[in-house]
Write a protein that binds this ligand. Structure first.
Ligand code: MLT
Length: 265
């Protein structure tokens, strides 16, 4: 499905009935990364997955991208769907967007789930790496980005034992336009530090980390849970950065338990 939001077409899926749960994908992927969660949860929840602008089947304008703008798009799409409050799940870049979203729209947040993400801004070295990756994307295209990213997205074991998952990720990455990939890199590079925001988060929060995540090491992910009052932390075994895809059973079990508890409250 598509909706006209802020002058562009945003692609999304809306499946199931029940309390709404909105999933925000990682860089440089699309909404299909959440397929294992949609399958597991849409029997009890209304699951919304979104191709953020610049990704998948959404429009990919050649212009500035910011995390706040992604958050604005998400909230406008929810208004279009008549959803005033939801639980939000964001993995990595999706988590960075959750910080922007909570900063601006706390009244729309029922609960937050951060997966494989961090609250800190990029270091100077991290910013330089964004610049280099943008030049590679511009000169050599999305295939070169897929070559660079796969080893960061998966655990070392998955790189040799899960060829289907690798192929799925390669298709997602190479299906994106360069304007979107470079837009993400600039948006992430200029994101503010969110460590001060953590103590202001008052909604129920779950934090998930792939045990073998090299892109967002579990100690950095855990920092988020340690600084939000009442937040729960779960380490997902046998999983790298894309913990929801590498170990969907453990990821879905932790997420399902959290969501079920919310509906009981
Ligand atoms: C992601 O998976 O979204 C990226 O690893 C985030 C980042 O590069 O900081």
């Amino acid at each position: 499905m598509k909706a006209r939001i802020h002058g562009i077409d945003l692609a999304y899926s809306d499946q199931g009935q029940g309390p709404p749960v909105v999933f925000l994908h990682a860089f440089p992927l699309n909404r299909t990364m959440w397929t294992p969660q949609v399958e597991a949860l849409h029997g009890h929840y209304r699951i919304i997955t979104i191709d953020l602008r610049g990704h998948g089947e959404s429009d990919t304008p050649m212009w500035r991208y910011t995390l706040e703008q992604f958050a604005d798009d998400v909230i406008a799409l929810l208004q279009h769907l008549s959803i005033t409050k939801a639980t939000f799940v964001g993995l990595s870049m999706g988590g960075y967007i959750l910080f922007a979203l909570y900063r601006k729209y706390p009244e729309h947040v029922r609960a937050l789930v951060f997966a494989d993400t961090r609250a800190q801004a990029d270091t100077p070295e991290g910013k330089a790496a964004r610049f280099s990756m943008a030049q590679i994307a511009y000169k050599r295209g999305a295939t070169a980005i897929a070559d660079l990213m796969l080893s960061k997205l998966l655990s070392p074991a998955a790189l040799t034992t899960k060829p289907d998952l690798m192929e799925q990720l390669r298709i997602m990455i190479t299906g994106n336009q360069i304007s979107g990939i470079i837009g993400d890199l600039m948006a992430m590079e200029e994101r503010p530090d969110s460590t001060d925001l953590l103590q202001k988060i008052t909604c129920p929060t779950l934090v998930l980390a792939g045990e073998e995540d090299v892109a967002s090491p579990p100690t950095e992910v855990r920092f988020i849970a340690d600084h939000i009052t009442g937040a729960e932390f779960v380490c997902i075994p046998q999983a790298g950065h894309l913990s929801n895809m590498e170990n969907p059973e453990a990821f879905n079990a932790a997420l399902g338990k959290f969501l079920d508890r919310l509906t009981e409250q």
